[in-house]
Write a protein that binds this ligand. Structure first.
Ligand code: AMP
Ligand code: MG
Length: 401
């Protein structure tokens, strides 16, 4: 048997990164940066006001208070979006809005609440130090800085940063298209009646969600019966449309031979027993250069195997630097009886309480108990050599959501 780490390492070592391309800014959302993003100018690009108020010279209003206001001549109004046409001299102020550029001569802003206006004059009732309520050019980002590095996923904040810096286009790695195939004579579609002996195909939906949540493009290629020629045809027909295949079912002992025959004939495939629970039987290899993951059919095995093997591989293909979920140490709130010998992935509810993470199992942990995946927010990873765990024991969690 292979350890989970050995299987994962073997998989990742054989995964190539997809080509990169220049994409429009909005299309970059969810993709991975293929270039370091360097600031082409300062943000903000100019000194500007952080408040609605008056731009003035701090020295002019030294000692100002409600009892002893200082009177300044108002030069005019400066809304955001316009360049100042005047400089502020001694004894003068310019009414200024948030975001408007600080005029020459001014070195501070007094908020409007600390002033009283009267005709062409303003009475300032508060003294401020130089620089008060002024946002300096480059205080967020300096021209020339590397703001984001290649390998980072583009989410909302990254999108905003790219926009601020004028990146209408950006180089990203291409998103991986994952062809998803369910296998099994027992499967019927979600819209069909359930005849005796049949179950609905849920795996192609969980896989669809997991691929998309990882930033990939899921493509459901349908359900194939336990029939070697059908599986072969589905794979071959779709080779040019996908970057990888993910199949479910047919790799455990009963169906082993059918899938093994087909996949073994089509490409270089490994059929592993991985020391993990759930998800012991795993098939992985390449068919005409496209990675194929043959996951076991049980609904939880599919999701746990995807997490451990497919997701990191998918992220690697798409150029991501961080391939793994965040992990934390948590204390168990309930006992866990278990047999040692395999890495076990227990579905748990993680909770931050009293300064640390706590974890409690969702309930029954069978590989067919899909409700455990619905209920859980993390996977507790129990190493091969660990046996029964008492409440209070520390466990490592992979945080899923
Ligand atoms: P297998 O790995 O093909 O032996 O399947 C193991 C278990 O998972 C069986 O109980 C199957 O009925 C179930 N199963 C296989 N494929 C799916 C699927 N697409 N959706 C839901 N359950 C499945
Ligand atoms: Mg099957």
């Amino acid at each position: 048997m292979l350890s989970v780490e050995e299987a994962r390492e073997a998989i990742l070592a054989s995964i190539a990164v997809l080509p990169e391309a220049e994409v429009g800014l909005l299309d970059a959302l969810g993709m991975t940066l293929a270039e370091d993003v360097v600031a082409r100018h300062d943000i903000p690009p100019f000194d500007n006001s952080a408040m609605d108020g008056y731009a003035l010279r701090a020295a002019d209003i030294a000692g100002a208070s409600p009892q002893r206001p200082v009177e300044l001549a108002v030069l005019g109004d400066l809304p955001a979006g316009y360049a100042p046409e005047v400089a502020v001299e001694r004894g003068q102020a310019l009414r200024i809005m948030t975001g408007a550029p600080l005029p020459r001569g001014a070195d501070a802003v007094v908020p409007v609440e600390a002033t009283r206006s009267e005709g062409g004059l303003v009475h300032v009732m508060e003294e401020v130090a130089r620089g008060t309520h002024v946002r300096r050019a480059g205080e967020d980002v300096r021209a020339g800085d590397t703001v984001m590095e290649a390998g980072r996923a583009v989410a909302a904040a990254e999108l905003g940063m790219l926009a601020s810096l004028g990146y209408a286009k950006v180089r990203c790695f291409r998103s991986a298209v994952a062809g998803i195939i369910s296998t099994g004579d027992e499967l019927v579609g979600v819209e069909e009646e359930l005849p005796p002996g049949k179950i609905r195909d849920s795996n192609s939906y969980t896989l669809y969600g997991m691929v998309q949540e990882a930033g990939g493009v899921p493509l459901r290629l349908g359900t194939v019966r336990d029939d070697a020629t059908l599986l072969e045809r589905t794979i071959l027909e779709n080779l040019d449309r996908v970057d990888l295949f993910v199949t479910s079912g047919g790799v455990s002992v009963g169906d082993y031979d059918m899938v093994k025959d087909v996949l073994g004939k089509l490409g270089e495939m490994n059929f592993w027993k991985v020391a993990m629970r759930p998800g012991k039987p795993q098939a992985f290899g390449h068919i005409r250069g496209k990675p194929l993951f043959g996951l076991p059919g049980n609904p939880v095995s599919v999701m746990v195997s995807f997490e451990q093997f497919v997701r990191p591989a998918l992220l690697k293909m798409m150029g991501r630097r961080d391939l793994f979920r965040p992990t934390v140490t948590a204390v168990l709130d309930a006992p866990l009886g278990r047999r040692e010998g395999r890495t076990e992935f227990i579905r748990v509810i993680a909770e931050w309480r009293e300064g640390r993470y706590h974890a409690r199992p969702t309930g029954p942990q069978g590989s067919g108990i899909l409700s455990s995946m619905v209920a859980c927010s993390a996977l507790a990873v129990l190493p091969e050599e660990v046996g029964r765990l008492e409440p209070g024991s520390e466990v490592t969690l992979q945080l899923l959501r």
